[in-house]
Write a protein that binds this ligand. Structure first.
Ligand code: ATP
Ligand code: MG
Length: 361
């Protein structure tokens, strides 16, 4: 799939801008703080329904303005889509695709798929487990709405269970019938989530290992480490496991087991990458995982997602840059950089110079 045109009104530091993209490489360049990442953020918004960096949607509206208005035209192998979005000061977003109003923003990801590469991807390897869970969740929910639904139901039940555990501690009580009701719901949804996460990890392990090996000859291994230690991922087995941990969870007044504690084990040449990997090995592992994420979307959708590369070329050495350039050559990619020399260009490459919220072609 590829995006054809983006139009911005009162978005971030843009009063008004129009960009017509090449279906292949697009380079968005300029000095720091001019509005390069803002362009990628706008595209990301049309896929994920939320910004990759703003805490509140209000931040997206140009200072002093009431509304931000964005539109994006894109197409996949079957058809074209025109998508409009309006963001109001109270945080309300209204979105339509081909003039049909979209009630749930999470529906957007069924239409437009993107993968964002940024220097913060290093967190996938070095950061906390929640960064790795977000990586899994954003990949899988782009393709399986039922996964997102299970995740949301799971989180609702988890919040209820956590407040019950706290209430039990406050009362000094050690039993409540509702505990097994919540565990039952956690087991039902947890089972679906674990199955999907295990399947995703298996794919990513194969694809990312191939990339890492090609770049550096190293052996990358990514394994799924579930927060419920059962071989059997059926709802019954998970329920039984959670039930056996009730007493400990009551002691701790917190849910200690479940998919909210899932993680990925990432190793390079047999050593845990988080603790023993060099910066370069960690960066390569993160890059391999993101390329694998794009391959995963392709394997299910039959089409590559749009690749958004935010300022990552300057972080990579020449070998990794060359490898990445080769991998993205036949796909649509939007690359931001302060230095166009770092990017491979050919006759199809389109360049956009950004200066203080203005696109200068
Ligand atoms: P760098 O190379 O440093 O990453 P960049 O070109 O990617 O820079 P962006 O993050 O896209 O920069 O844009 C940052 C600019 O946008 C800053 O000057 C910031 O003040 C401005 N900006 C951010 N939000 C708003 C807003 N709501 N209204 C007006 N300007 C904004
Ligand atoms: Mg930037």
């Amino acid at each position: 799939m590829y995006i054809k045109r983006l139009s911005l009104r009162s978005f971030r530091n843009y009063e008004a801008a129009e960009l017509e993209f090449s279906p292949l490489t697009n380079v968005i360049y300029g000095n720091n703080a001019q509005g390069k990442t803002n362009i990628l953020e706008a595209v990301y918004l049309f896929s994920q329904g939320r910004s990759h960096r703003a805490k509140s949607d209000k931040e997206l509206i140009r200072f002093g303005d009431e509304f931000a208005r964005l539109s994006l035209d894109f197409r996949d192998s079957e058809r074209s889509y025109g998508c409009n979005m309006q963001i109001a000061k109270n945080g309300r977003k209204s979105v339509s695709i081909n003039h049909v109003h979209i009630m749930k923003l999470s529906k957007l990801m069924n239409y437009l798929n993107v993968v964002m590469f940024s220097p913060e991807d290093l967190e996938l390897v070095k950061g906390s487990p929640s960064a790795r869970r977000r990586f899994i969740d954003s990949s899988v929910s782009q393709l399986y709405p039922a996964y997102l639904a299970a995740l949301m139901d799971y989180n609702k039940a988890l919040a209820q269970k956590n407040s019950l555990l706290k209430a039990l501690r406050a009362k000094g009580s050690r039993t409540d019938i509702m505990l097994s009701v919540w565990n039952e719901q956690l087991a039902q949804n947890g089972s679906k989530i674990m199955e999907a996460r295990a399947g995703f990890t298996k794919f990513i392990n194969g694809a990312a290992a191939a990339v890492q090996n090609e770049i550096s000859g190293e052996t990358l291994r990514i394994g799924y480490r579930p927060g419920v230690r059962t071989e059997d991922r059926s709802p019954e087995a998970i329920f039984e496991y959670l039930s056996s941990k009730e007493s400990r969870e009551i002691d701790m007044a917190a849910s200690m087991y479940g998919v909210q504690r899932d993680d990925l084990d990432i190793s390079v040449n047999g050593c845990e990458a988080r603790l023993f990997g060099s910066q370069g090995q960690q960066r390569t592992a993160a890059l391999s995982m993101k390329i694998a994420q794009a391959e995963y979307i392709k394997s299910i959708k039959g089409e590559y997602p749009v690749l958004l590369l935010d300022d990552i070329m300057s972080e990579l050495d020449i070998n990794r840059r060359m490898y990445l350039s080769e991998r993205i050559r036949d796909k649509q990619v939007l690359i931001t950089s302060t230095d166009t020399d770092l990017i491979d260009k050919d006759t199809d490459t389109r360049l956009f110079r950004i200066e203080n919220g203005t696109v200068i072609n």
